[in-house]
Write a protein that binds this ligand. Structure first.
Ligand code: ATP
Ligand code: MG
Length: 447
């Protein structure tokens, strides 16, 4: 590795998760998991690699993802066409059908994990990114559509995220969209010379997507375009009204954005996005909707479904802006020692403390030994430990250890010599300091 040009780095747009951020990811994932579990959702994990045709069929040939974003390759063993999953729904639906999961009735499922899209990397847009998502399969709605939305709201609240607003729309069914499409194309053709290259390309393939354009020059044109909502029949409208009614009854605020569509073909009726202004251009943190036609498209019995996917990176960005991002302390007890016999004792005490449910770091030095007491105590301090347990040659000779309080709440600086056998009880006692203690003992529950 002496030659700089030889240095191997991560692939552009694919990020490491470093310890400094790990606790935020843990908070997000744990909170999200407990929220969806409180609605009866169960976890599903599907492979990261699937057959390419799973995605091209589910997502649609004329979408951004299938046109240009998929990481596809040929399996060198057998020539199979494979793709790194760009989203989670297609794999979940494949698994639901393959294992006949809805045989016993509807299912509520959640997933999380990496997704891959060959995009131009920028803030909030990566080539490997992570989604947390949920799919409710076999429910006609609109109650379950509303449940999805309410569940997201609960997650934002639990995470302390305030500036996320909800946009909803209904994109009807295929027939309604077909009628709208005729008028939309005719309208856009009248303005064709003002369209950008992207919009011109989509005019006959995926004109609905033009409504979603981020080009400011096109806003006037798309604002006056025929609205899909005006083409919906009674059933689609009743469904949409049903969703809105539940949202209203639960004091969920939203705006109806008649231009909101999804970039993926399989959606129908309810679509929604959670959007923030705090992340610049990449402001959508969660996107979802109903996809009743998808399962039948895959050869299953007609089975309605609704789901959403959140971009975890974007939500972590919001969490960073929202407040307390300090890493939690690394341990309850830091073990300091000097000499071979003391090291053995420290190791054993560490195991006993962990048996008692505490988080413990045993000081481990470099090639030249553990270092001086002073330098070890510095490490103990930096770990945020509540107590240091110190064992030197004198302590070994007397079968004792010194327990030193490291934090003000525990009587900082105070230290106590304790018999080796009694160290665990003493520390546990001090940390829980009786049932009537109201000190904050950090991130987990001691017994
Ligand atoms: P965009 O219009 O921003 O490209 P999209 O319609 O492609 O979004 P979806 O396929 O609906 O996005 O994915 C759901 C969510 O996943 C997005 O709202 C976003 O939060 C997140 N997401 C999508 N692509 C990326 C990416 N390349 N990097 C990071 N997060 C992403
Ligand atoms: Mg995209």
């Amino acid at each position: 590795m002496s030659n700089k040009a030889d240095k191997i780095t991560a692939i552009k747009g694919m990020n490491d998760l470093l310890p400094a951020d790990a606790h935020l990811w843990e908070i997000f994932e744990n909170t999200a998991q407990s929220v969806v579990q409180s609605y009866g959702f169960q976890q599903i994990r599907t492979p990261i690699v699937e057959e390419t045709r799973l995605f091209s069929r589910a997502i649609g040939a004329v979408t951004d993802i299938v046109e240009k974003e998929m990481y596809s390759f040929e399996d060198s063993m057998n020539g199979d066409q494979l793709t790194l999953r760009p989203e989670g729904t297609a794999g979940v639906v494949r698994a639901v059908l393959e294992h006949n999961l809805v045989y016993e009735g509807p299912k509520r499922l959640w997933y999380k994990g990496p997704m891959f899209r060959h995009e131009r990397p920028q803030r909030g847009r990566y080539r490997q990114f992570h989604q947390f998502g949920a799919e409710a399969v076999g429910f006609t709605g609109p109650d379950v559509d509303a449940e999805m939305i309410v569940m997201c709201r609960r997650l934002w609240d639990d995470l302390g995220l305030e500036n996320i607003r909800l946009e909803i729309n209904s994109i009807g069914d295929a027939e309604e969209r077909a009628r709208h499409r005729v008028d939309l194309i005719a309208y856009l053709q009248q303005h064709e010379e003002h369209l950008d290259a992207d919009a011109k390309r989509r005019l006959h393939t995926n004109p609905l997507r033009i409504l979603d354009t981020k080009n400011p020059d096109l806003q006037g044109i798309v604002n006056s375009a025929p609205k899909l909502l005006d083409y919906l029949g009674a059933e689609s409208l009743a469904h949409f009204e049903g969703v809105k009614k539940i949202l209203d009854a639960n004091a969920i605020q939203y705006t109806v954005n008649t231009r909101l569509v999804r970039g993926i073909d399989y959606y129908n009726r309810t679509v929604f996005e959670w959007v923030t202004d705090e992340l610049g251009a990449q402001g959508t943190v969660c996107a979802g909707g109903r996809y009743d036609p998808l399962i039948e498209m895959f050869g299953g019995k007609p089975t309605p479904a609704v789901g959403f996917a959140m971009g975890i990176e974007r939500l972590i960005e919001l969490m960073k802006g929202a407040g307390d991002t300090a890493a939690p302390r690394q341990c309850d007890v830091y073990l300091v020692h000097q000499g071979e016999a003391a090291r053995m004792q420290a190791f054993i005490i560490g195991e006993r403390l962990r048996d008692a449910g505490l988080d413990v770091i045993l000081h481990c030095g470099g090639a030249s030994g553990p270092g001086s007491f002073k330098s070890q105590m510095k490490k103990a301090d930096g770990s945020g430990a509540t107590f240091a347990v110190i064992i030197g040659e004198d302590e070994v000779a007397n079968n004792t250890a010194v327990v030193k309080a490291m934090r003000a709440a525990e009587g900082e600086g105070q230290q106590q010599t304790v018999a080796f056998e009694g160290v665990v009880d003493y520390v546990v006692d001090q940390i829980t300091c009786g049932d009537d203690c109201d000190h904050d003992h950090g991130h987990h529950h001691h017994h």
